[in-house]
Design a protein around this ligand. Structure first.
Ligand code: NG6
Ligand code: CA
Length: 523
């Protein structure tokens, strides 16, 4: 493991001033799960789950009883944005409190990317650890592993992993289910490693004699690709990238939700009775492609595999909530459910998501979707539950961005962040807990370029990229060579560009971007 010079919790304990000028907090003697300001914290992060995909947000063609249960016990947010309209930059920003667009290497990562968050960076997991938490990550990772891209040896412990950025325990997928390697990584090593079948991974060339989706479509017995995803075949599904070996370590897509959820539930049971609270970063593969949920979720809604994947996601949520109930720790556990970016229908496999959609609206009334600068790219569901502390059966329309969750949670638990950590994150804990329903003054969204959203306006910077994605499905990018300004109070649909009629507003929003780029953060 790369050793990092992190401050230990012992060093930090006496220094409880929060880093954003908030009031000093009374020193806490010992971390404990019954401490009101140090609840267990679970972030449930769905993949590509849209604003309109669950019943609390208006879905009628699929049932989400467990998410409904969470919403009944907590606050549902209607104006929360992920930082980016794809996974890697969105997750990078959530976990570091730094806008991904400040770096040029946070675009959608390959499965053999080196660690994008470097061990010297201070993460949300480090922050929880500094306050005595146990920390864990489950499921989709997609932020790179090992030191250098393409140089990992998947047959031995990885020289850099999540332990180097603050997670005590992890059971993860290196990237996405549509990218090789198709194995779980547990605490820095391939889980269920099969020495009879050494693993090789390449994003450059196939391994001699190995079938591919492009050349051997007859082997795609589980799902066929619609675009891309025609390289290595694992479990009868074509992937992005090439891999060889794996043997019994290879996942079966129909069991991914079961594996991730079982590990997380076990963790809850093992940690519930301990002195220290826990932080869990629980990332589902659902509802990302390839959508291949377990048999028991199939055919219960009219939307096919995408609907089934939503049902499977809901089941995972229910398993976690049940585990909290069984352990009697639901009351001192803050559960936050959200998604990494907006929804997409055809994202590369022939799963009939488009054909079977009916009148379901994955983005609700909003325009665009995953990849897009329109609201559908980053507007995500968000439900927060903490009995007694977060209003129950409530709704908040506070404008808020994931970028602020690190500082907000840090404020809650009385963490002190080292200078330079979470540089773009503001303490908005009242908004996150639903007790302050006022808007953030502005938030920034990241697709091909940047956009600013204020309570009334949405400004999209000019961008020379084309209006539609070029690689396959009909997906609007939101790009336009002219400045775009939409009055979100007049219409949620971003249909009428009123930039020319409102030059002063455009100028003001451009200034927010200019100053934020220059790091002159001015909330
Ligand atoms: C795209 C993939 C898409 C998905 C996306 C990342 C193709 C043609 N499309 O490049 O299927 O994997 O990357 O999604 O390969 S994300 O939610 O992890 O950002
Ligand atoms: Ca995603």
């Amino acid at each position: 493991m790369i050793s990092s010079n992190r401050l230990t919790s012992a060093l930090l304990a006496p220094m409880l001033l929060t880093a954003w000028g908030a009031e000093a907090k009374a020193p806490k003697k010992a971390a404990h799960t019954t401490d009101p300001d140090r609840p267990n914290v679970i972030i449930i992060l769905a993949d590509d789950l849209g604003y309109g995909d669950m019943q609390p947000y208006g879905a009628t063609r699929v049932e989400t009883p467990n998410v409904n249960r969470l919403a009944d016990g907590g606050t549902k947010f209607t104006n929360v944005h992920a930082v980016a309209s794809t996974s890697t930059p969105s997750r990078y920003s959530l976990l570091t409190g730094e806008y991904a667009w400040r770096r040029n290497d946070t675009q959608v990562a390959a499965g053999n990317a080196g660690m994008i968050i470097r061990p010297t960076q201070y993460t949300m997991a480090d922050m929880f650890r500094s306050r005595g938490y146990r920390t864990s990550a489950f499921g989709k990772w997609h932020l790179g592993l090992g030191d250098k891209t393409g140089e990992q040896d998947w047959n031995a412990p990885l020289p850099a992993d999540l332990a180097d950025i603050g997670f005590d325990h992890h059971y993860i997928m290196a990237a996405t289910a549509d990218r090789v390697p198709c194995v779980f990584i547990e605490d820095g090593m391939v889980a269920n490693y099969d020495p009879e079948h050494p693993i090789e991974v390449s994003y450059r060339a196939n391994f001699p004699g190995e079938p591919t989706g492009a050349e051997n479509p007859e082997l795609l017995y589980n799902l066929r690709h619609s675009h891309g995803h025609d390289m290595s075949i694992v479990n009868g599904i074509g992937r992005i990238g090439y891999m060889k070996g794996g043997g019994k370590a290879l996942w079966k897509d129909e069991n991914i939700a079961d594996s991730i959820t079982a590990h997380a539930v076990k963790y809850i049971h093992e940690n519930a009775g301990k002195e220290e609270p826990f932080f869990m970063y629980f990332c589902t593969n659902d509802v990302h492609v390839p959508r291949f949920p377990h048999e028991r979720f199939r055919g219960k809604n009219p939307m096919g595999l995408r609907g089934d994947a939503i049902a499977q996601f809901d089941w995972s949520v229910g398993q976690l909530l049940d585990a909290l109930d069984k352990e009697g720790i639901a009351d001192n556990t803050l559960v936050i459910l959200t998604s990494d970016n907006g929804p997409v229908l055809d994202d590369g496999y022939d799963d009939q998501a488009v054909e079977l959609l009916g009148d379901h609206r994955p983005t609700g009334p909003f325009r665009g979707n995953k990849y897009s600068a329109f609201e559908g790219g980053t507007l995500v569901p968000a439900i927060v539950r903490w009995p007694g502390r977060v209003p129950a059966a409530a709704e908040s329309d506070a404008l808020m961005s994931h970028i602020d969750w690190m500082a907000s949670l840090g404020s809650l638990i009385g963490a002190r962040l080292p200078k330079g950590a979470a540089p773009d994150s503001q303490d908005r804990i009242g908004k996150l807990l639903g007790t302050d329903t006022t808007d953030s003054p502005w938030i920034i969204e990241f697709a091909a370029g940047l956009s600013v959203r204020t309570p009334q306006w949405k400004y999209i910077e000019p961008n020379d990229g084309g209006p539609m994605i070029t690689w396959g499905p009909k997906i609007e990018t939101g790009n336009h060579p002219m400045p775009q300004l939409y009055d979100m109070k007049a219409s949620k649909g971003e249909t009428e560009n009123v930039a020319l009629a409102n030059p002063a507003v455009v100028y003001e929003l451009q200034n927010i971007l200019r100053r934020t780029r220059a790091r002159h953060i001015n909330p």
